[in-house]
Write a protein of this length. Structure first.
Length: 287
């Protein structure tokens, strides 16, 4: 198949080939969208793709590797979500200084991601569902939205101290050592607009609650985790949930939970909370 020599946009869903043909001259491409393709690899070697701004390979289940993108110096968006056969992100991606958005969610065999520290324009990064990823790479200080959901991360990035622009941080179902959660929350409690850390197997919650800005729809799950971790008896869990509902997402709720866990006597603390907050002075809790 012959392509126009000055082709700027190629959008071909379910592209049937294993590789793009040699007749394609990519030097003028601005956008390349090959969602749901049968590609195993994009092209051989390094291509002159300096004009390329958007590369979308989402749900290309057979894609085994990304090409060398060293010449894609103007690339702004790279989407390889649901590329189930992808094991490694090419190291050249780590030097794409204009890259703003990188989507890698549901790359279930992805194991290696290069350092993203040099991505001077990176704003949004999603690693949701990358179940084999063990280490979060260093990430640029420009990051504003970071999603880490259902991964097996064992180590957080050292660059966490530099993420001063982070606005949204979502960590759900990821087994990160509990000692690193305190560091995460301490760093972002004053700057981030939305911090959501849910179902992460945190064992020492009392170190964390002081730094949580709000508790998004997790009151019930938090109490369930208290019970699971042996911090309270299941019989008093409903009373704690009710108290959390009363206090909502206020600073008092954060302080209350901190005190509850710190005392390791949640039933007594529930009673004290009600008295201190003067929310429902006529009702009593069983100790």
């Amino acid at each position: 198949m012959d392509f126009p020599p000055f082709l700027k946009l190629l959008h071909w869903e379910e592209y049937p080939g294993k590789c793009l043909p040699h007749t394609l001259r990519p030097e003028n491409l601005v956008e390349l969208n090959l969602e749901n393709s049968k590609l195993r690899h994009l092209w051989e070697g390094t291509q002159p793709v300096r004009n390329l701004k958007k590369l979308i390979l989402t749900a290309s289940y057979n894609l085994e590797k990304l090409p060398d993108l060293a010449n894609a110096t103007n690339l702004e968006i790279l989407k390889v979500a649901e590329c189930r056969s992808l094991v490694e992100i090419h190291s050249s991606v780590g030097n794409l200084h204009k890259l703003e958005k990188l989507e890698m969610e549901l790359c279930r065999n992805l194991q290696v991601v290069p350092t993203l520290f040099n991505l001077a324009s990176l704003q949004s990064l999603s690693l949701a569902g990358c179940g084999l990823l063990r280490k979060l790479p260093d990430i640029s200080a420009t990051i504003t939205v970071l999603s880490i959901i259902d991964t097996m991360l064992e180590e957080f990035a050292a660059s966490i101290m530099l993420w001063s622009r982070l606005e949204v941080l979502t960590i759900t179902g990821s087994v990160i050592p509990h000692g690193q959660y305190r560091e995460i929350l301490l760093e972002f409690s004053s700057s981030s607009q939305d911090i959501e850390i849910v179902e992460c197997g945190v064992k020492i919650f009392r170190d964390l609650v002081h730094y949580i800005i709000h508790l998004p729809f997790v009151k019930q799950s938090l109490v369930e985790q208290f019970v699971e971790d042996g911090l309270c008896d299941e019989s008093i869990a409903p009373a704690i949930v009710e108290t959390m509902v009363d206090l909502g997402k206020t600073a008092e709720c954060v302080a209350a939970i901190e005190n509850m866990v710190d005392d390791y006597n949640l039933s007594l603390m529930t009673k004290n909370l009600i008295e201190d907050q003067d929310r429902r002075p006529s009702k009593k809790r069983k100790r």
